[in-house]
Ligand binder design. Structure first.
Ligand SMILES: [Zn+2]
Length: 434
């Protein structure tokens, strides 16, 4: 194995040393970008004596990136840039991130370390079922799989029939897939007489790009007959591979030699207690083209400090709970869509898709949960359906403190998306902005 895999097994002391020296370099390089040239003018290398001195630096936000478009964060001459990716821009104007050849190399290494960590080898056939193009989920995993030596199938997103055909024909053993799309593949297989456990050759599915619950993981593992691992990233931090689970499936190892993580309270912007939940803030330590310091990811998680039974001392983040901008407020309660998913995925009769709609009824907020049931159940007698409906109401209320209206649907009635699933529609007359 090439040297870069060794970094996964740095001791805590080594990681801290590597981070501190890289941080000083990162600050100096960042100052070459117009934005940081202004905001870091007062910071000298001597100001950073320990890792906690990072708190002397200002945060960087999505709004800063937008204001800096197109080149306000570029820290190298444009001639050194070999690729750009564009963020999906779900909350407004999209932003660009630039990469030098060296940035792309270490990004691929981070992802490759994660794949090797869960047992992927050059013997594997890797089918990448994520969108190629400006979205980073496609190329991000693609080059890592090639680096390992997998036979890599750039299938892209959508066209489920062809996806399943490719998996059968080439005995695909590893896939990279959205959790919502994995459930769609399962559904397609069922409808078409394919038994994924018997007719496919999957051993590993990497899930990315959507927060999902532990129950969703277990469901996909059972249905596809393979191990499912969680992969975290965001385009502002290159893309997937910032943190990936190991075989323990209990938290995602951050590649801390490349990313420095903090967890803050998004309201006070102060660090949370060790192990506490809050907003993940990330600093790129080795990125040349587009360094980002203290970037507020808006993702809510916690840092796991303890060494992992797998032997890695790279800290872990826990499963992403949601994004600060996904959070919605109904009748004064703060709710993340994933809380509703957690409830739904515990109910066997619930199928693969759901949607939350917010509406206004007689001047009051209303939360409507639309749920697809599995085909076997939907055509059952009315009393069974009423029992399921009541159970969903009861359990969503226990989880979120809001009593929802529940609508039971037959399979495939909710709109299908080829990209990230849309879980929330807000039709309220007065929207409740944060
Ligand atoms: Zn581990």
């Amino acid at each position: 194995m090439t040297d870069f895999y060794q970094a996964d097994f740095f001791t805590r002391k080594q990681i801290d040393e590597v981070q501190l020296s890289a941080l000083r370099g990162a600050i100096e390089r960042a100052k070459r970008a117009p934005h940081y040239g202004r905001t870091l003018a007062e910071i000298a290398p001597g100001d950073i004596r320990s890792l906690s001195d990072i708190r002397k630096l200002p945060f960087t936000t999505k709004a800063d990136l937008r204001d800096g478009m197109p080149y306000g964060f570029l820290a190298v001459p444009k001639s050194q840039v070999v690729r750009m990716h564009y963020s999906s821009g779900t909350t407004g104007v999209a932003t660009a991130i630039y990469h030098t050849a060296d940035d792309l190399r270490w990004w691929s290494e981070c992802v490759a370390r994660g794949l090797v960590g869960v047992g992927v080898t050059s013997e594997d056939v890797f089918q990448n079922m994520m969108g190629y193009g400006l979205f980073t989920g496609g190329l991000g995993l693609h080059y890592a799989a090639e680096m390992i030596g997998c036979m890599t199938i750039p299938a892209g997103s959508g066209n489920t029939q062809r996806q399943v055909h490719l998996m059968q024909q080439f005995e695909t053993s590893v896939v990279h897939i959205l959790p919502s799309y994995a459930m769609r593949v399962v559904h397609y297989c069922r409808q078409n007489g394919v038994d994924p456990r018997r007719d496919l050759n999957l051993s590993v599915a990497m899930l990315g790009a959507e927060p999902h619950t532990e129950n969703m993981r277990r469901r996909i593992e059972e249905e596809l007959g393979c191990k499912v691992y969680n992969c975290y990233g965001l385009s502002e931090m290159c893309g997937p591979g910032v943190a990936i689970e190991c075989p323990e499936q209990s938290g995602l190892h951050l590649r801390e030699d490349h990313y420095l993580a903090e967890i803050i309270d998004p309201a006070t912007l102060e660090p949370v207690e060790p192990g506490g939940q809050g907003e993940l803030v990330l600093t790129t330590l080795n990125r040349h083209a587009n360094p980002l310091l203290r970037y507020r990811t808006r993702d809510i998680t916690a840092l796991i400090e303890e060494p992992c039974p797998c032997g890695r001392e790279m800290r872990r983040i826990s499963r992403i709970v949601g994004r600060t901008d996904d959070m919605f407020i109904v009748k004064g309660c703060n709710i993340y869509p994933i809380q509703v998913e957690r409830v739904l995925m515990e109910i066997d009769e619930v199928g693969s898709n759901y949607m939350i709609t917010l509406d206004t009824e007689r001047d009051l907020d209303e939360m409507i949960v639309s749920v697809e049931l599995s085909a076997e159940v939907f055509f059952d007698d009315v009393r069974t359906l009423e029992g399921i409906r009541r159970r969903i109401i009861r359990e969503v209320r226990a989880e979120t403190l809001v009593t929802p209206k529940v609508e039971l649907l037959q399979p495939n009635s909710l709109p299908a998306t080829e990209g990230k699933a849309i879980r929330l529609t807000d039709n309220r007359q007065i929207t409740h902005e944060e």
